[in-house]
Design a protein around this ligand. Structure first.
Ligand code: RNT
Ligand code: ZN
Length: 418
């Protein structure tokens, strides 16, 4: 498509939306300011750079062995730079503790901000913020699938120390980069089979969290989030950090709740949970993912649930909802996975920003539900794509599938040589 055609299509789209009282320019301005936190772990199938231990379990699973995964921080940063160059708008990077950059192995309860110095310097250069996560899996001390709720005091303390160390690192990231680092705690803890002492495990998890979160840091440096889950592989019968557990914990301790799209029963959707949870917690972290039959972490596509999530983000309070991606597919080119998922998140947000929600809400409140349905269905076929293409052009990234040749070239010259 020529620039002239992209512009022409945008001008027509702009008029079409204007007829419904929607200002496309305003929507694009908002979209350009909305950061999306890309998850570093799509770049290497959640392996990380500890020389001593390899990646998951923890009951999570990345399948596939597509060639070219990043093996070092330098390679991962290079891949991320290439992906960032193909994604319009504001980005952040979400790191896990196992992505440390050290010449020698460092135990997880010993990690310090200097082990992430190269990431912090790089993020400053890229003008992006960092988010962070303790890694409570893929480690001999997590072999039993119990970490913060482990009955052995020494093991439990090891993981408490790990989370403490991570919070200090997160605070340093936020201080250096002048944007709060979101520190999200997810642990795989649970039981494979019929469980006797659920209460004991939950009591230990609560105690560990209390201990790990005792130190306080300025809110403008770091904020804590907790992430509940329904079940994982190998912990089918009981997950200690369940939805009720963490919702309660987050409310009582004024923490952020993380809602992962794959962490609930298959017919439950997080788009319905956002407005409920926001009544009781100040902020929400989203782990946007795509569960296929289970928490499979497929690449995010522009489906109805993604659009529903985006509507809630836009209609509630943009400042109280933080958008992060969480999926990992090792069967396809990993840059394509990042670019497709992030662009889809943005398209869904743009779609929501281009809807006259106040008008539709009036119809709903006056019980004109037939009209509401009709208008909402009309909007499905309005030219959202023309507006997004214009956004890409304006932001200086390839329009539409124009990024594919760039990825292919990168695969040929960089990835295939690894
Ligand atoms: C696991 C959780 C968690 C992880 C990442 C790697 O089910 O979703 O967020 O995916 O921390
Ligand atoms: Zn998650």
């Amino acid at each position: 498509m020529t620039h002239a055609l992209i512009e022409q299509r945008y001008q027509q789209a702009r008029e079409q939306y204007a007829e419904w009282g929607v200002d496309t320019e305003k929507a694009l301005e908002t979209l350009a300011q909305l950061p999306i936190s890309l998850h570093c772990w799509q770049g290497d199938d959640v392996t990380g750079f500890e020389q001593s231990h390899g990646g998951p379990s923890g009951g999570i699973l990345s399948t596939g062995n597509y060639p070219g995964k990043a093996r070092t921080p330098v390679e991962l940063r290079r891949d991320l730079e290439q992906a960032f160059a193909l994604i319009p708008g504001r980005k952040r990077l979400n790191l896990h503790a196992v992505y440390l950059d050290t010449p020698e192995p460092v135990e997880r309860n010993q990690i310090r901000p200097e082990h992430f110095q190269s990431w912090i310097d790089w993020a400053a250069e890229q003008r992006i913020g960092l988010d962070f996560n303790p890694t409570c899996f893929g480690h001999p001390m997590a072999a039993s699938q119990l970490t913060l709720s482990h009955p052995d005091e020494a093991v439990r303390q090891f993981w408490v120390e790990h989370v403490r160390a991570c919070r200090r690192i997160a605070a340093e990231m936020g201080r250096r980069l002048q944007t709060p680092c979101i520190m999200n705690i997810w642990v795989p803890d649970g039981f494979k089979d019929v469980t006797v002492d659920r209460a004991g495990a939950r009591e230990r998890l609560e105690r560990s969290l209390d201990e790990a979160l005792a130190e306080s840091f300025p809110k403008q440096w770091m904020r804590d989030a907790v992430e509940p889950k329904l079940f994982g592989i190998g912990v089918e019968s009981c997950t200690v950090g369940s939805a009720e557990f963490y919702l309660g914990y987050a409310i009582r301790h004024h923490l952020m709740l993380c809602l992962d799209a794959g962490h609930f029963h298959p017919t439950e959707v997080i788009s319905d949970k956002i407005s409920a949870v926001l009544r009781f917690v100040d902020e929400i972290l989203l782990h946007v993912s795509r569960p296929v039959r289970w928490d499979s972490d497929h690449v995010v596509v522009l489906d109805d649930e993604l659009r529903a999530i985006a509507r809630e983000v836009v209609r509630q309070d943009l400042r109280r909802i933080h958008i992060g991606l969480d999926y990992f597919d090792g069967t396809i080119n990993r840059l394509i996975a990042w670019v497709v998922g992030t662009r889809n998140m943005q398209k869904a947000l743009l779609g929501a920003l281009l809807e006259p929600a106040a008008e539709w809400s009036r119809l709903e409140q006056t019980f004109r539900n037939g009209c509401k349905l009709a208008l909402m269905e009309e909007f499905r076929t309005l030219p959202l794509g023309a507006v997004y293409d214009w956004f890409c052009l304006r932001e200086g990234v390839p329009v539409g599938a124009g990024y594919l040749p760039v990825v292919e070239e990168y695969e040929r010259t960089v990835l295939s040589r690894r």
